[in-house]
Design a binder for this molecule. Structure first.
Ligand SMILES: Nc1ncnc2c1ncn2[C@@H]1O[C@H](COP(=O)(O)OP(=O)(O)OP(=O)(O)O)[C@@H](O)[C@H]1O
Ligand SMILES: NCC(=O)N[C@@H]1O[C@H](COP(=O)([O-])[O-])[C@@H](O)[C@H]1O
Ligand SMILES: [Mg+2]
Length: 417
């Protein structure tokens, strides 16, 4: 492999279509290898714009705007970073000889729940929840009845929980129908999924190129309103479930083909593993790899894209916690507790130019001897107190200076760990 300098006639160029927090880390990894970075998004000063050689603001859902920019920039690799991109532009660019990561058809399949679900369940034969696709309220009522209650209703094109809801009874369906309209992508068709009562869910990061396929340790995560709030790695899995998870991830990533990292989302119930969905790009829950691995998911993605070896080491158990904005502001402020700067944790502030309620603005990363300890630290340091933490805090305040003599504290510790 030869490397070049950026901003030269022979530079190796990557174009990020989407420049959020995930793209920003890919851009930083590319900078480290002397790759020229062209960052594109729908709004100015997006996170990756701020660390790229060139920044562009276009309507990424507009075929002509995307194609025009690709033809002008002539990138060696086009890296879709979000789902809402004109797929026609990617197909055309590929026909013109541009290298889309992992490939335009894989992006097409994964950006639409109908395509990927049919591919995974019907072509590859993977286990999934029961599902139906609907385009009218009457169809929704019928499908929900068939799939059963509760059921999960999602627009076929949307991400980060937008437009999703769980209907517990037929009476909830009207509201679900309305919520689906909020989706950013295509809300004209919906998927109705059986609600899987899983024990836990994981993301299995899987990177592939000509050097082969590598799996990261499974990442456990907690979701709120369809968006991740905490993740940890490694997530404990029985060896049978882990083997099944890797088998599913291999099948689906081989089926999609091309170079890059994939976030394979799986639900686990006992030793049963259900395929849920897959992102052909780094995954938000995978930000934890910034602290746990020698090569983060972003570094692995770039290596896969460039055709480099995918070797890496798992360094330490760790966890991540998302800082979500509490209000709308054009001068956002992120409050970070000083404890986040302890030897065993750090923070990444994305630099999003505006906040709106619930928008992910930064991430806290922690390491520890075990993932549960790392998760506990992440929760404490981000100011998330579940009831047990609250009780412990109150008791701590009441304790005398001689900590060990505090009986209440020891009892509480015994109960809550
Ligand atoms: N059929 C289901 N049964 C039970 N829980 C589900 C089901 N589908 C989704 N969920 C829950 O909702 C979360 C979000 O769903 P999903 O991953 O399909 O949406 P998303 O909008 O693509 O999210 P993201 O973009 O963050 O991955 C899942 O991680 C899971 O916790
Ligand atoms: N689950 C997908 C995901 O996490 N995508 C990440 O969020 C950004 C959009 O953030 P925004 O909505 O705050 O602009 C995307 O650009 C990507 O980095
Ligand atoms: Mg998901």
């Amino acid at each position: 492999m030869h490397f070049t300098a950026p901003l030269k006639s022979d530079s190796i160029k990557i174009m990020l279509l989407g420049s959020g927090e995930l793209g920003k880390e890919v851009a930083i990894e590319a900078q480290r290898l002397g790759i020229e970075v062209i960052a594109v998004d729908r709004y100015p000063n997006a996170p990756a714009h701020q660390v790229a050689h060139e920044a562009h603001v276009i309507n990424m859902q507009n075929k002509d705007e995307v194609l025009d920019l690709i033809r002008r920039v002539k990138p060696d690799y086009i890296l879709p970073e979000i789902e809402a991109i004109s797929i026609e532009a990617l197909f055309d660019a590929e026909k013109e000889g541009f290298h889309v990561i992992p490939n335009a058809e894989a992006v097409n399949k994964t950006m639409n729940r109908k395509n990927i679900r049919k591919f995974a369940a019907e072509e590859l034969g993977l286990k999934t929840s029961a599902y139906r696709f609907v385009a009218s309220f009457e169809e929704l009522e019928k499908a929900a009845e068939e799939v059963g209650f509760p059921c999960v209703i999602k627009p076929v094109m949307s991400s980060s929980g937008h437009g999703q809801s769980v209907a517990k009874t037929p009476e909830d369906l009207k509201e679900s129908w309305e919520i689906a309209k909020e989706a950013r992508g295509d809300a004209s068709e919906l998927i109705v999924e059986e609600f899987v009562r899983f024990d836990y869910e994981i993301t299995l990061l899987t990177a592939r190129n000509e050097h082969g396929t590598v799996f990261c340790e499974p990442i456990g995560h907690e979701q709120k309103d369809g968006d991740y709030i905490f993740s940890w790695q490694p997530a404990y899995m029985s060896s049978e479930a882990k083997a099944k998870a890797q088998e599913i991830a291999k099948k689906v990533t081989d089926g999609l083909g091309g170079r890059g990292i994939f976030g394979v989302e799986l639900f686990v119930k006992g030793d049963e593993v259900y395929f849920s969905e897959v992102s052909p790009r780094p995954h938000d829950t995978g930000m934890v790899t910034l602290i746990t691995q020698s090569q983060s998911e972003f570094a692995l993605h770039l290596r896969a894209v460039l055709g480099l070896p995918l070797d890496f080491a798992f360094f330490t158990p760790g966890a991540s916690a998302a800082y979500k904005a509490k209000n709308d502001s054009v001068t956002p402020i992120i409050h970070v507790d000083e404890k986040a700067f302890a030897t065993d944790s750090f923070v990444r502030v994305f630099g999003k130019p505006e906040s709106h309620e619930g928008r992910r603005m930064a991430v806290l990363l922690t390491m520890a001897a075990s993932e549960s300890e790392a998760l506990k630290k992440a929760k404490e340091r981000i100011g998330f107190f579940d009831d047990s933490a609250k009780v412990t805090k109150v008791v701590e305040e009441k304790c005398s200076e001689n900590e060990e003599s505090c009986v209440i504290k020891r009892v509480i510790k015994f109960i809550f760990g």
